[in-house]
Design a protein. Sequence first.
Length: 202
Amino acid sequence: MAELGKIERLNIDEYKGKRKLFCIPNIFIPDDEDEKLKNLVEQYWQEANLHIEKLEKLGFVTKIFVETIFIEGQEAVDVIRETNPYLYPLIEKKVSQGATVVGIEDPEIFGAFIDWSNCLRIVKTASVLQKVFNYYNEILQKRIVFISNKINENLQEGECAIVILRDQERMKLSLPKDIDIFLIVPSVYDDILKYLRDKFLS
């Protein structure tokens, strides 16, 4: 995995004709969050966009893979605008430059993943928790396989793409070795995680 901070020293010719994937950890917050967190998240996606522009020295982004999305094209962009307004400006800009949003979720698998995730939050007894966790882990693995295959099938030779996916799922992806991975982590990422952690524990 290439380090973003070393992009200026990368040999651009080494990446010609190769498949390149720019990975950004997804950040989503509900509308009722306070202004401080909203400002951090807005800054996060602005910085992510700047990093993408630097990486596009290796080639312009042609595809955008976004978790929770199982439709494509303008319909997918409209859904992102409604559900993740802080991410939307980045998506809108790249689409205006010629990129296409590609759905990477299977509706049935994703629906089951959400259901079992919700069950984990409410179950109390240890024996039931273990059973629920087993079902959750099983559907999580199916989801990871599906997403990995979708990316591999849609990222063509020489193309650059963005994938927006939570870090814990991104680390589980099983992708061919011929895809060069670039991890983009904006500087405010840790600030957001700390803010959420402190709020949850307070």
